[in-house]
Design a protein around this ligand. Structure first.
Ligand SMILES: *Cc1c(COP(=O)(O)O)cnc(C)c1O
Length: 230
């Protein structure tokens, strides 16, 4: 199947899931996850109307970036080492994967150099699986308070990756829990942070995530086909 056709299918499923949940379809944005995909594949999706792309690896992202139009909106969604943050400055509009204070501090330090705040999401490891990145639900509030004090970092919401299930329904409790955590943080009224974004849902479960309130879905293989790992 072609990327353009896949994109159209995903967009249709996003719209129907939003409608099922009585949500405005425009309240859900699609992040096309282009990790391990070629520049040509990204260009094809771009020409088919896709605007936001998500990358996981700094080096790969930088190589692609320079071969593509500047109008692309890049999100960084992968686990991020502090020493790589400097390469992203000013190039990404949202970092989904901030899960510790040291990383947030480095983002603050680097974005200060361009005199702009960096929009971020706090990644939460709801399942507590050791292989997954993310702060624990217990530490989330404390992390949010500390990060909120950094002048060049703006928390816009939360992100999670549930465990992998063959059956998308089984991811629902994790999405629901992320939504609940975002409501808890909202009621804390921490100055400078907003909880308008919920980044959750991938190829196998984005419809369920939308039913549970996702505003950003991160979809890779359903658009580009299976990934090729060199
Ligand atoms: C790879 C990846 C995705 C997309 O996964 P698919 O199953 O291909 O849609 C989404 N989020 C993150 C953080 C990823 O690493």
């Amino acid at each position: 199947m072609s990327i353009a056709v896949n994109l159209k299918h995903v967009e249709e499923k996003i719209r129907s899931a939003a409608k099922r949940a009585n949500r405005n379809p425009d309240s859900v944005r699609l992040v096309a996850v282009s990790k391990t995909q070629t520049v040509d594949a990204v260009r094809t999706a771009l020409e088919a109307g896709q605007q936001i792309f998500g990358e996981n690896y700094v080096q790969e992202f930088l190589e692609k970036l320079h071969q593509l139009p500047e109008t692309l909106d890049w999100h960084f969604i992968g686990s991020l080492q502090s020493n790589k943050v400097k390469y992203l400055v000013g190039l990404t509009s949202l970092i989904h994967s901030v899960d510790r204070l040291t990383l947030a501090r480095e983002i603050d330090r680097q974005w200060e150099k361009i005199g702009k705040p960096c929009d971020i999401l706090l990644q939460v490891n709801i399942s507590g699986e050791e292989t997954k990145s993310g702060t624990t639900s217990e530490d989330l509030l404390q992390l949010a308070r500390e990060v909120s004090l950094l002048p060049h970092v703006r928390i816009r919401g939360l992100m999670t990756m549930p465990p992998f299930f063959d059956e998308s329904e089984r991811a629902r409790p994790y999405f629901r829990e992320l939504k609940r955590l975002s409501q808890v943080l909202s009621t804390e009224k921490i100055p400078g942070i907003t909880m308008e974004e919920l980044s959750m849902g991938m190829s196998g479960d984005f419809e369920v995530a939308i039913e549970e309130g996702a505003t950003l879905v991160r979809v890779g293989s359903a658009i580009f086909g299976e990934r090729y790992y060199p």
